[in-house]
Design a protein around this ligand. Structure first.
Ligand code: GDP
Length: 485
């Protein structure tokens, strides 16, 4: 049964209906209480159950996080327990942890942090981020009051080389299950949830009730994932009831948790507001178009441009050019200023759109202006400024009134989820050509879990997890994946 719904937050509500904690200093993180003023107000209610779970999590993080005596004790126990036989029981420590590691691009990272956080919320753990090589420096504000979510420096932490653990590591869940050992005796375990786990039951058994019960007793879990594994948590029967109470609407998980967790640092927020004031502030309507090219789905620039235009004009997102000739303005002024923000590594698409909708020109009753903040050419996820710009653009995308995204892109998922919008999705090219239906209005604003388990715990055999639970379906933009609807 679903918990009672708190009221839908009104736009003047700086805590977003109880989603955000009130006790932060505003200047240390300007975006936290201000970002919502730039977005369309969320019409999506937050359950009072989620609100109280978040407050409970915050007090746990404050009690167990880095710098606390409980944390120091937990680390000491880990250091003193090199093998399973010496393992202390986690209940003695009272605090248990999930350590996240950065892999892949920022969109993937945001989605895996969210997945890890929901897991921590559900299993009474504390989420800590391994900011390997400064991967998270000056990117996000701290989300939990009075504490940090960043793990201490590498040298001080007893588990070495955490970013390079492999599925076959001696201390991995896979290895422990293969050896027939009881995972609950381990002082720490590595959980491999990368997309390449697809053929390996022992990794996928993470999503099974019996293994979850054993993992409850392991004080430290280390995870590497490149996937939004939230839908996988909804497959675990033991978590079902709590999830239903937290999220009476399952399709709002990332929308709520993303706005709770990811507040751009003041540096990034500076970029966001600069771009916003320049491009978006004066517009009546804001359209975001996110264009991503994947090596596994090649398409020429002209073909992709055609797809973008075809989609946007067909769906009424951009005016059909030439309408000016027939539409005209009674008073010589267009009725509506439409700002189109293109975010992409490449500049060709915004350039072509700008040629089509020249500055000071207009189409029918709309004046269209096209902008693109950066075109960085290639992905360089190891560089701080590069990631800061990427985050700034995801956040800007989330200020749109309508979004067009590229199928399968986690960058797009983050923008649409923070916005709380179902996007128009540019479908993946087939044999280098845009598909006949250039884009589809997504059924859900939730990200797709691209590599769901193929192992059905209840049947103890391979199965189709897109058909087990009512609110988990195969993704429209990536049919082998599953998502919450
Ligand atoms: P995905 O690969 O589309 O799923 O998204 P990710 O965010 O995981 O990885 C792509 C990375 O490439 C981003 O994090 C950025 O570093 C970079 N990138 C891709 N598209 C853009 C864009 O439109 N703007 C900026 N600034 N960076 C981008």
């Amino acid at each position: 049964t679903a918990g009672p719904l708190a009221t839908v937050p009104d736009p003047g509500d700086r805590l977003l209906g109880g989603l955000l904690a009130p006790e932060f200093d505003e200047n240390s993180c300007v975006s936290r209480y201000r970002a919502a003023l730039y977005r369309r107000p969320s019409v999506h209610a937050i359950s009072s159950h989620l609100v109280s779970a978040l407050r409970r999590y915050e007090s746990r993080h404050r009690r167990c996080g880095p710098g606390t005596p409980a944390y120091a004790r937990a680390v000491e126990r880990l250091r003193a327990a090199p093998n399973a036989s010496a393992a202390p029981s986690s209940s003695a420590a009272g605090c248990s942890y999930l350590v996240w590691n950065p892999i892949e691009g920022l969109g993937n990272r945001i989605l895996t942090i969210t997945s890890g956080f929901l897991y921590a919320l559900l299993t009474d753990r504390v989420l800590l981020l391994h900011s390997s090589g400064g991967a998270l420096d000056d990117l996000f504000c701290e989300p939990f009051p009075g504490s940090t979510w960043i793990l201490e420096e590498d040298e001080k932490f007893p588990i070495l080389g955490m970013g390079h653990l492999t599925a076959g590591h001696h201390e991995s869940l896979r290895s422990v299950l293969r050896r027939g050992e009881d995972p609950s005796a381990a002082p720490w375990l590595y959980v491999h949830l990368r997309h390449d786990y697809s053929k390996v039951h022992q990794d996928q058994q993470f999503f099974c009730d019996d293994v979850q019960a054993q993992l409850r007793r392991v004080p430290w879990l280390v995870v590497q994932s490149d996937n939004y594994f939230v839908p996988g948590l909804f497959l675990i029967p033991g978590l079902e009831r709590e999830l239903a109470r937290m999220f009476p609407r399952r399709d709002l998980v990332f929308h709520h948790l993303g706005r709770y967790l990811f507040h751009p640092s003041n540096t990034v927020w500076g970029m966001v507001t600069r771009y916003h004031d320049e491009y978006f502030a004066k517009a009546d309507e804001r359209v975001g178009i996110q264009v991503r090219k994947f090596r596994w789905a090649p398409i020429s620039t002209d073909e992709l441009y055609g797809q973008i235009l075809n989609c946007s004009q067909r769906e009424g997102i951009l005016p059909v050019h030439g309408a000016a000739a027939t539409g005209g303005f009674n008073d010589g002024q267009p009725a509506k200023q439409k700002a189109v923000l293109v975010v992409s590594l490449h500049d060709e698409y915004s350039e072509k759109l700008r040629d089509l909708y020249p500055k000071n020109g207009s189409a029918g009753r709309e004046a269209v202006s096209v902008y693109q903040p950066t075109h960085l050419g290639a992905q360089r996820s190891g560089e701080q400024q590069h990631n800061q710009k990427a985050l700034a653009e995801m956040v800007l995308l989330s200020f749109s009134d309508a979004v067009v995204t590229t199928a399968v892109s986690t960058f797009g998922y983050v923008g649409q989820g923070l916005a709380g919008l179902r996007p128009w999705v540019l479908m993946t090219p087939v044999d280098g050509k845009a598909p006949d239906t250039p884009c589809r209005h997504a059924a859900t604003m939730e990200p797709c879990f691209h590599a769901p388990p193929t192992y059905d715990c209840r049947a103890r055999a391979n199965g189709d997890v897109g058909r087990i639970v009512r609110h988990i379906r195969h993704c429209e933009d990536f049919p082998q994946g599953v998502q919450l609807v």
